[in-house]
Structures are given as structure tokens and as C-alpha cells.
Ligand binder design. Structure first.
Ligand code: RUB
Length: 314
């Protein structure tokens, strides 16, 4: 029965399912489906399933928040617990679905008519903003970075093209070169820390740096489940470092004295962020702590383990 979860974990690990929102939604769906199939020892089996899912990719806190949300199920009997877990899984999925639309609406208000926007990687939240702003006739063109080494920028330009939005694909290192033509940056988030820093695809912080230099507003589109309760306790976000083979061919990897490193994410300090667009509203990064407190509940230590008690989604 654990095959449902093992198979799902492999899809996340191999990046067949990728992007913080999709990963979170998929984890909630997987736990919901798993809960439906558990016939005995509900708590033990759910805990094992949660661990398998959490042990896939370390950086996006959306995965942790999704798993924790479902795992806060209640009930006396296994049947009651199952019903509660299934319901919570569905609530989380609804959270993911509804947040995108609201983020699109709120974010689009921050974009001026005739704007050229730059985005990085492939973020469903950032694309919600861009698509809605385009629908309102505000966007002229979108620069999309290719996002080495996994080239998520190709997914972005495909999606933009499908939506009829004029797009220009550039290499990551051309971001500063084109910055003078850009009116606004919109990126997504894997994690927002308690102090308002953004963890997102490697290269995001370089774009933020050149945006600040050029006085181009830097906007982050992040659902509230991208905020990290764990960082309230000073826990640092683990930056996933992936296989060197994603970056360089075998003949380079074999060279004597040459090391190849492949961090998948980086950290952009809050000073570089003008606004974070959540489904609850447009907030300054300094308000991250409040989002964690109000939306996700405080992190607490229970039986020696760090857990959160997310508030019920309404
Ligand atoms: C994806 C990435 C995205 C965020 C936000 O990294 O960094 O910008 O996850 O995406 P990877 P979304 O491809 O390595 O998973 O807004 O869709 O959650």
C-alpha cells in the first residue's frame, strides 16, 4: 500500500512534479488517497507516509506545510481519522486552487499599463499575476530567463505563448543586460522565512540585485503556505544541492582538481523585495512573521518534535 506514496515521492524527487505549489498540492492529494486506502494502524501508517513525502526535496516549505496540514487530522477511531485526513487533504487542495486566482487579481493591480515584465524559472503564482495583468491589457512583453540547469524557462515561454503573451527567452546571465528595458520583476517563492527573505530558484537573488540597482520593482507572488513556520525557531532553510551531472558533461566532471556544484535555490534578503503578493493581500516582506502567526499557527515543540498547528482553512 505504501507504493502509492513511494511512487509519488519518486515523482517529486525526479522533478516530474516540480514547483512549490504543484509539489504541495500533489503531496496533499497523495496523503488523501493514501488515507483512503489505509485499513489498520492509521496513525503509524500515515506518519510513515508523511516521512516518505518529506524526504524528497528539502527546500520548498510548501511541501512541509501541506503534509502538516493533512497530518493534523482528528478523531477517535481510525474511521474518524480517515474522514478527517481526507477532508483536510481536500481543504489544502482547495487552498492551492483558490490562492492562485486571488494572487493574480491582487498582483495585477501592481502592474502599470504598458509594462515589460521579467520572470525567472517557472512559477505558477508569478504566471497568475502575469496572465491576469495581460488580460487587463497591461503587459506588453515578458522576459523569461532560461533557468539553468533544468531550463524551467522553456516551460514558462511555452505557457506564455499558449496564453498569447509576447515573450522573450534570455540566458540567465543576460538579466542585467536587459534590466533597463524592464518595468517590473515578478517571481515565485519556494519559501519565505520569518524575517521576510525569499528562497527561490538559483539566480533569483542576482536578478533582485540588478533590479535594485536599476530601481525596478521586485515583486514576489507567494501563497501563504509558502511561509515557513520552522524559521520562527531559527531553523535555517536547507538549500537543495543537486547532481553535478545536471550542470556539466562527464568529460568536465572527470577533470582533475575541478569541482562542480549545483545549488538549486538561493536566498534574496528582504531589502530587495518591494512587495509579496499573497492570496490575503499585498504585504511588505517585514510582515512575514504575521502571516505565519495568523495563517499557519505557531510552530510548537510536541514530544521533542517541531510541529505546527495550522489554523483551519476557511
Ligand atoms: C521552482 C521554483 C519556482 C517556485 C515557485 O523550482 O523555484 O519559482 O517553486 O513556483 P523547481 P510556484 O523547478 O526546482 O521545483 O509558484 O509554481 O509554486
Amino acid at each position: 500500500m505504501f507504493w502509492i506514496v513511494e511512487e509519488a515521492a519518486e515523482k517529486i524527487r525526479s522533478m516530474e512534479i516540480r514547483g512549490a505549489a504543484r509539489i504541495a498540492r500533489f503531496a496533499a492529494e497523495t496523503l488523501r488517497n493514501f488515507a483512503e486506502s489505509v485499513d489498520s494502524e492509521f496513525d503509524e501508517k500515515m506518519k510513515r507516509a508523511a516521512e516518505i513525502l518529506l524526504n524528497t526535496r528539502p527546500t520548498a516549505v510548501s511541501l512541509y506545510n501541506a503534509v502538516n496540514y493533512v497530518m493534523r487530522y482528528e478523531g477517535e477511531s481510525d474511521e474518524e481519522k480517515r474522514r478527517s485526513a481526507v477532508k483536510r487533504g481536500e481543504e489544502f487542495i482547495r487552498w492551492v486552487e483558490t490562492a492562485h486566482e486571488k494572487i493574480g487579481e491582487i498582483g495585477a493591480r501592481r502592474i502599470r499599463k504598458g509594462s515589460v515584465v521579467m520572470t525567472h524559472c517557472n512559477s505558477s503564482a508569478a504566471l497568475s499575476v502575469i496572465k491576469e495583468a495581460f488580460r487587463q491589457g497591461k503587459i506588453e512583453e515578458v522576459f523569461a530567463t532560461e533557468s539553468r540547469p533544468r531550463l524551467q524557462g522553456h516551460l514558462t515561454v511555452r505557457e506564455l505563448s499558449k496564453a498569447g503573451i509576447p515573450a522573450t527567452l534570455i540566458v540567465d546571465s543576460a538579466a542585467r543586460y536587459f534590466m533597463k528595458e524592464v518595468d517590473c520583476i515578478v517571481v515565485g517563492a519556494d519559501t519565505i522565512t520569518a524575517n521576510g527573505a525569499l528562497v527561490n530558484k538559483i539566480g533569483t537573488s542576482q536578478i533582485a540585485l540588478s533590479a535594485k540597482e536599476a530601481k525596478v520593482p521586485f515583486m514576489v507572488a507567494a501563497e501563504t503556505y509558502k511561509f515557513s513556520p520552522k524559521t520562527l525557531f531559527g531553523e535555517l532553510v536547507t538549500i537543495e544541492e543537486r547532481e553535478a551531472s545536471e550542470v556539466a558533461p562527464e568529460e568536465i566532471l572527470k577533470l582533475k582538481g575541478v569541482n562542480v556544484r549545483n545549488p538549486a535555490f538561493d536566498v534574496t534578503p528582504r531589502d530587495y523585495i518591494d512587495v509579496i503578493i499573497t492570496e490575503m493581500g499585498a504585504i511588505p516582506p517585514e510582515m512575514a512573521y504575521l502571516v505565519i502567526k495568523e495563517r499557519l499557527g505557531y510552530a510548537v515543540f510536541e514530544e521533542g518534535e517541531l510541529k505546527i498547528s495550522p489554523k483551519h482553512f476557511d
